[in-house]
Design a protein around this ligand. Structure first.
Ligand code: C2E
Ligand code: MG
Ligand code: MG
Length: 644
């Protein structure tokens, strides 16, 4: 941007310099031309006076010849000189304007004719040939008046006018040139000014109005709405994971995405609406004359739909997503600028919803924002000061009834807000750039704890750790795992990373790669909350996971919708063919447990077996298990009813 401006100013200065230079040169040339013209005019005038002088001298020599005071040679010399004067005037550029005088050309031709005629006579003239000399004198004398007139006119009258006209013409041309150059320069300055103005108000990459222009437009739209008594809606649109796209595919791919999003947004709105790029990956829309809130909801949905269309970036198919906040004027505030702030608040909360989403502003949101900001501040301190805790929930082998694994689950008790759900903690961490610290902390704590139990001679368990989405895409997860294993001293094959379907789908092209790298560390991978996402069978086949965790919603639905057992059955046979272990989450009812046992589900986890517990309680459970006090065993089940 700065470079382009710099280039413009430089080229403008260059044009001015060229203009000044050319003016100087043209002025010099004009002066030179005037001088030449002057000389030319003088030369002409001088030639005409010389003609008259030479004619008089020739006539005088003839008179002197007659009285014997001049020789034929003297006469010949004068004759030649006269002829050469005539020739000078008949031809030659500098005397051209003299020939244009009335009768001049004719007079010169006649004189020339006479010269040719008398040439042999003058050549052969004898000393005493007075009569011939007299005859010659008479013939030449007849030319004297015409030559005189010619001489006089060459100095004055029309010639002077010619001189003046010529000077004026040239002056006019010079001033006209000056005027045109000046006008061109002024036009260029005006154009440059208009361009700079347009540049100052538009984003050069997408061509959309920029933040400044957007605020101007907002004021105008506000005034229009007030006059018309109509509603307007303001949308703030922020792309999700734009940093990841820049990091993974390069900045030019990121730029292409922004240009494409700008194009899609423009396609969504009407001519009278405004689409602007406020900066980075943030866009805004002003929708005027909104009859009904539904109209805004429709536009929000259309924007969502358009943005999430796939785009090819460096031969990769990327599915962009965005979070949208909408606020209405004057419903949400009587000041348009406040409505913009409201839209920002709504967008901020839409960010924490998964995937593409939009939210309309509600007054309670401000309280939610205050809470989230406070939590984000305190979370960063809590991670550093070890104020967070991990609870562990047993994962039981349904055949043997033994705890074979635990899942580490995050717990945070905030001094003012009380218990904060791990889902909210993770979402805050993701939004405020704390994901890496949080996940590293959990990984390290879980591995250390698991190693402690082993050191306490308790049965060796594997530990499952939930990893949040951005860890796979934005941070060095492989490095974090290596570090956690190193500091804890735990065997890699005891660690299971839980990845959600949503995470693997976010970047469908690269997720198998990162998962393979993790697999190469000899750790296991589990696909969490299976069934809630969009995994296709082919996608599942490509993912190097060893375990599937059936989401608790399916297990719990077994109570209400008996046919859901068919779904579980299908997953189990799918898992069998892909050689995957299956863990059923959220087992709360004994009946669910029986059904799952009958279908041959390998592992179970749920409140019925055990709630997530503190590390010392887990140690207790393991000790009891050692004393053959099992949480549960399929073999112990009585009155099994097949509900399938
Ligand atoms: P998840 O990974 O699917 O974890 C299982 C969730 O189900 C846990 O909720 C657990 O307490 C709950 N649960 C277990 N058995 C039952 C049951 O019988 N009935 C019901 N209704 N719920 C049961 P929790 O601890 O609230 O965690 C919620 C989610 O938060 C987890 O779902 C996981 O996605 C995420 N999460 C928890 N801890 C962490 C963490 O340390 N890091 C990350 N990135 N995410 C975590
Ligand atoms: Mg989990
Ligand atoms: Mg789960």
């Amino acid at each position: 941007m700065f470079r382009v401006r710099y280039l413009r100013v430089t080229s403008l200065l260059a044009v001015i310099a060229i203009f000044a230079f050319s003016s100087i040169i043209s002025y010099q040339r004009y002066t030179e031309a005037s001088k030449i013209l002057d000389v030319t005019l003088k030369t002409g005038a001088w030639a005409s006076s010389e003609l008259e002088g030479e004619l008089l001298r020739f006539l005088n020599t003839l008179d002197l010849f007659r009285i014997g005071e001049r020789t034929p040679n003297d006469l010949m010399l004068r004759f030649d000189l006269l002829w050469s004067r005539i020739q000078v005037l008949r031809v030659g550029e500098e005397t051209e304007h003299l020939r244009e005088l009335p009768g001049a050309q004719e007079m010169l031709n006649k004189l020339d004719q006479l010269m040719k005629e008398v040439d042999p006579v003058v050549l052969n003239l004898q000393v005493a040939d007075i009569q011939t000399a007299e005859q010659l004198g008479e013939r030449y004398r007849t030319f004297a008046p015409a030559v005189r007139r010619f001489n006089v006119e060459s100095f004055s009258g029309r010639t002077k006018l010619l001189e003046l006209r010529s000077t004026h013409d040239r002056q006019h041309i010079f001033f006209l040139g000056l005027l045109i150059s000046g006008a061109v320069l002024v036009l260029m300055l005006l154009r440059e000014n208009a361009r700079s103005r347009a540049q100052a108000l538009h984003d050069p990459m997408t061509g959309l109005p920029n933040r400044k222009f957007f605020h101007d437009q907002l004021k105008i739209a506000e005034a229009r709405s007030l006059r018309a008594g109509s509603r307007m809606a303001i949308y703030l649109i922020d792309l999700d994971d734009f940093k990841t796209i820049n990091d993974s595919y390069g900045h030019s791919a990121g730029d292409r995405l922004l240009i494409e999003v700008a194009r899609r947004l423009k396609d969504c709105v009407r001519q009278q609406d405004t689409v602007a790029r406020l900066g980075g990956d943030e866009f805004a829309v002003i929708q005027e004359a909104v009859d009904h809130v539904d109209v805004s909801a429709r536009l929000a949905r259309r924007i969502c739909k358009q943005i999430m269309l796939p785009i090819e970036l460096n031969n990769n198919r990327v599915y962009p997503s965005a979070s949208i906040g909408v606020s209405l004027f004057p419903n949400d505030s009587e000041k348009a600028e406040q409505v913009l702030i409201n839209a920002d608040t709504a967008m901020y909360l839409a960010k924490k919803d998964d995937g593409i989403s939009y939210r309309f502003f509600e007054p309670e949101m401000n309280t939610a924002i205050v809470r989230r900001k406070r939590l984000s501040n305190d979370l960063s301190i809590a991670i550093k000061d070890n104020q967070l805790a991990l609870f562990y929930q047993p994962i039981v082998n349904l055949n043997t009834g033994k705890i074979e694994a635990t899942e580490a689950l995050l717990r945070w008790h905030h001094e003012d807000y009380g218990y904060i759900s791990p889902l909210e903690v993770v979402s805050i961490a993701e939004q405020f750039g704390l994901a890496n610290q949080l996940n590293c902390w959990v990984l390290e704590q879980a591995c250390r704890q698991n190693q402690r139990w082993i050191e306490q001679q308790l049965p060796s368990l594997s530990v499952s750790v939930n990893i949040s989405p951005t860890m796979y895409t934005q941070y060095d997860l492989v490095g974090a795992v290596k570090k956690a294993l190193a500091v804890s001293g735990m065997d890699a094959n005891l660690l299971v990373l839980e990845v959600t379907e949503d995470t693997t789908m976010r970047d469908i092209e690269t997720s198998p790669d990162i998962l393979k790298k993790l697999r190469a560390l000899d750790i296991s991978l589990a696909l969490d909350d299976f069934g809630t996402g969009y995994s296709s069978l082919s996608h599942l086949k490509r993912l190097p996971v060893q375990k599937l965790k059936i989401d608790k919603s399916f297990v719990q639905d077994l109570n209400n919708i008996p046919t859901d057992l068919r779904f579980i059955r299908t997953i189990l046979s799918l898992a069998q063919s892909l050689e995957l272990q299956v863990v059923a989450e959220g087992i709360e009812a004994e009946k669910n447990l029986k059904d799952l046992c009958l279908e041959g589900c390998h592992y179970g986890q749920g409140y019925l077996l055990s709630r997530p517990v503190q590390p010392n309680e887990m140690a207790e459970l393991l000790k009891q298990q050692g004393a053959d006090k099992l949480l549960f065993s399929c073999g112990n089940l009585t009155n099994i009813e097949n509900t399938g």
